[in-house]
Design a protein around this ligand. Structure first.
Ligand code: FES
Length: 499
């Protein structure tokens, strides 16, 4: 089974030619996912001219690898309230509500057929406990005036979930059908979109790409993790991979719902209702997260998710989909949306999406639009990328220690003594004197030899046997078997090595 998402297989996204030469606009947006396209759309509606560039094309990044739900912060309201105070927790609540409402409004205004659905979502205890977490979240929601209902179990599932907290009026959609509609709207409003155009640098407010420069008054970096900030932001976010399985379930056996548990990492579930003659719906279940580049053979994680699902939902049939995606975890649990602290005040970031990417990216686009338009926004300080990680010092220190430990890879032996030991279709690190070489053996036996040094800050990349990629365990960069960048922060490929 390949690792293409259900969304990629059921959406038809337009393709865009690369930028050839220079361009000018009020705003250059880097990144054609939900954050970048929403920002472009909002700015165009306010009369700004916009150029959007993407290293691949719209919808080819992490938006197409999510499970596309809108539910409360996975960090939980009681934690946010404890760390940031009740006032800021209330601002976060407002931002979640308004972001979901904006998506609904755009769907209606632009008549986007993307299966947008309002529905209930349930927080349930993990098997090893968590009823206490459900209680604390309930109390925090009551204090914050959030519409929730405490239940003895989540209804209609045929499984005793234990005490559940029902969040009303949450949402889900098909992320790539939504992006398709947004793309059409952006183009209709005069936005210029360029695919296959990797941004290499930002000089003041000019975006430097491989084939030309985009001179702008403001720049929005919406690339999941910022490529333009070499160090500061990457101490505040950590890249994790999350795994997803889509299992067939007889059509109508369950009504649409959202569910997530209190585990760490946690499982999250939604139902995708199929259209037409289909005899089944798809239950989409995610979880089993790990830090990027720190599991070379993660395939058993799919089996772990499938087993968890079968134990609870006997209605499910065969697994039809498997994929994974990268999420950026902020050290204090709140996304980073706003002005880039390392720039001149006209470069904006949308990052730190955690497990609430659709919500954070939409809220980020709203906030950044206000800042570019010179309006004040009540969420500015809450989401400020310049804030110190004071509210999550423990997690911050743990992530930094983990990152520093990865540099010890340079002292270790290789994973294979020689390329002969590498099975066809796989990769491994091979030590040659003081160098670590990332060697990939194609199914026909051809070898590709690359330096294992990640161009971002020099950690040794690791093989990912599931995605057939080289993944960096320090800040989440990923590269294909030829060394080309799949995910930042690196904006340069792995270097080829002769031999
Ligand atoms: Fe930072 Fe690789 S992503 S060193």
């Amino acid at each position: 089974m390949d690792t293409k998402s259900l969304w990629h297989a059921s959406a038809d996204l337009p393709q865009h030619a690369p930028l050839e030469g220079n361009a000018e606009a009020d705003v250059c947006v880097v990144g054609g996912g939900i954050a970048g396209l929403t920002a472009a759309y909002l700015l165009l509606r306010e009369g700004r001219s916009v150029v959007l560039v993407d290293a691949l094309d719209v919808g080819q990044g992490e938006t197409g690898r999510t499970t596309a739900h809108f539910f409360p912060p996975d960090e939980r309201y009681f934690n946010i309230e404890k760390r940031f105070g009740r006032e800021r927790a209330a601002l976060l609540r407002d931002s979640y509500k308004k972001a979901t409402e904006l998506v609904e409004e755009i769907v209606q205004r632009e008549q986007i057929e993307c299966d947008f659905l309002r529905l209930d979502g349930y927080l349930v205890p993990a098997p090893d406990g968590g009823a206490d977490i459900v209680d604390r979240e309930f109390a925090a929601c009551e204090r914050l005036g959030i519409a929730v209902t405490r239940l003895l179990r989540a209804p209609g599932l045929g499984w005793d979930t234990g005490p559940a907290l029902c969040f009303h009026h949450q949402a889900q959609f098909h992320p790539l059908k939504y992006l398709g509609g947004l793309t059409r709207a952006v183009t209709r409003l005069g936005g210029r979109i360029y695919g296959s155009t990797r941004a290499r640098d930002i000089e003041d407010t000019t975006v430097v790409t491989e084939k030309g420069r985009v001179a702008a008054k403001s720049v929005v970096v919406a690339t999941n993790t910022p490529f333009n900030d070499r160090f500061v932001m990457h101490t505040k976010v950590a890249g994790y991979r999350s795994y997803v399985v889509g299992l067939r379930v007889p059509r109508g056996a369950l009504q649409p719902f959202l569910l997530w548990d209190t585990g760490d990492p946690y499982y999250y579930v939604r139902l995708d209702v199929q259209k037409g003659e289909s005899t089944h719906d798809i239950m989409i279940v995610g979880g089993a997260d790990h830090k990027v580049g720190q599991d070379s053979h993660p395939q058993p994680r799919y089996e772990q998710i499938e087993a968890w699902t079968r134990e609870r939902f006997p209605q499910v049939q065969e697994a039809a989909w498997r994929w994974s995606g990268e999420i950026m975890e902020p050290s204090d649990g709140v996304a980073y949306l706003g002005r880039n602290p390392a720039d001149n005040g006209s470069v904006y970031l949308i990052t730190g999406d955690s497990g609430n990417g659709m919500t954070h990216c939409t809220a980020g686009a709203m906030l950044v639009t206000d800042l570019i338009q010179g309006r004040s926004n009540p969420w500015t300080e809450l989401y400020d990328p310049a804030r110190k990680p004071l509210h999550g010092l423990g997690d911050f220190a743990m992530e930094q220690a983990n990152t520093m430990a990865q540099y010890a890879d340079w002292l270790k032996r290789g994973e294979a003594a020689s390329p002969e030991q590498i099975p066809a279709g796989e990769g491994a690190l091979v030590r040659e004197g003081r160098k670590l070489i990332a060697v990939y053996k194609a199914p026909d036996g051809e070898l590709t030899r690359l330096s294992a040094a990640c161009p971002h800050l020099g950690c040794a990349v690791h093989w990912n046997a599931d995605e057939k990629s080289w993944d960096c365990p320090c800040h989440g960069s990923r590269f294909d078997t030829k060394g080309q960048v799949l995910h930042g922060p690196s904006n340069a490929p792995l270097s080829p090595v002769e031999g």
